[in-house]
Design a protein around this ligand. Sequence first.
Ligand code: 5AD
Ligand code: SF4
Length: 439
Amino acid sequence: MSDSKHGEAKKLFIKTYGCQMNVYDSERMVEAMVADGYVTTERAEDADMVLINTCHIREKASEKLYSDLGRLRPLKAAKPDLKIGVAGCVAQAEGGEIMRRMPLVDLVVGPQSYHRLPEMARSGLKSIDTEFPTEDKFSLLPKRKAARGPSAFLTVQEGCDKFCAFCVVPYTRGAEVSRPVTRIITEARDLVERGVRDITLLGQNVNAYHAQATGLAGLIRALAKIDGLERIRYTTSHPNDMEDDLIAAHGDEPKLMPYLHLPVQSGSDRILKAMNRKHTAQQFLRVIERIRAARPDILLSSDFIVGFPGESDADFEQTMDLVRSVGFGMAYSFKYSSRPGTPAAEKPEIDAALADARLQALQGLLSAQQREVQHAMVGREVRVLYDKAGRMPGQMVGKSDHLHAVHVTDPDGKPGDLVRVRILASSANSLAGARISGI
Ligand code: 5AD
Ligand code: SF4
């Protein structure tokens, strides 16, 4: 245990930006630091160490790091012993620059080096570690066996070999690496013993998972054998890696939930080609058709980029047409952001106001579809896994199989209960219902 000079445990404040993989990574970093004698704090002002886990995917996401560091300056001036660390994809991409521009930063650690964090924090020296080691960093991280909430993320694959023309991930997270099946099963069993009933398997390109001659479908089927694990999901997938056995699993593996996030980015073949997506709009629609044949009630989600260099009105209309023909229950849409070092960054950007207008139009359509899919749940019976108590007395909040947030009036409910609920109402971002019975 490394105690502070006041004899109290040192306090760690961690701020996480970006995707679920960063959330998972932050949890692992907290576990490692707790094993090294730290406790966590919700307030940066109380901390002995502030760690910012960053996202580099769009320009706005990386800028947040520099404004956060600016805000930490007075804190560091008042408390020179305060350690400030930067983790994640901005650390990976711009570690040297961060150290030069921001002398208050003590350590920079890339996503593949988190196992070295406690040692880096202990040393008084400024340090950068953005190597891409070959060993499984998660198995090197010390763990604590604290109880967990009912839902957890589990990273099974990292990195990406797809090189979409707009994306920094292949550069910041490196080549595709899959964790061994046996380690994932052990970690999943451990999570279940600690109270987890719903696991989301994570990877930048999760359906490209392959290890020990097992693909993602095989991994899901192996995990489904764990007693007490009720729900399995996975994210994020690429349409070209939706193999037959994975689609089949959606039809016959009851623990695999009827929800799929499958980014398409654009509905225009010309833009898909320029994006280096290696599929057409028709091929994407065909994949959707096959998935729906296997699991007719599946809720589909996707990612879209508008304003990619060269996108014309006609290209954008094709994206709107694709959205109309699929009917998404959920979706994320972004304005193209030029990222240094990517092939698309070499191309002239389209007018910003035009891109804004397209984003608004697309988001309007996607929100209408989301409302419609949500509204169609009213009157239906769904299963809800309670996450926590709601804000109203006697109310619980949880997720349905389709990943809708559901508020349930249930004075006897507790986190981790999996119950049947009749949906009575649908509001902007959630459903409300009444409990039918326990399952
Ligand atoms: N600009 C805008 N959106 C991007 N995404 C990835 N890179 C960029 C970029 N340069 C979006 C894609 C991806 C999601 C995680 O972020 O839609 O699927
Ligand atoms: Fe980025 Fe996803 Fe394309 Fe990989 S598949 S390069 S993570 S957008």
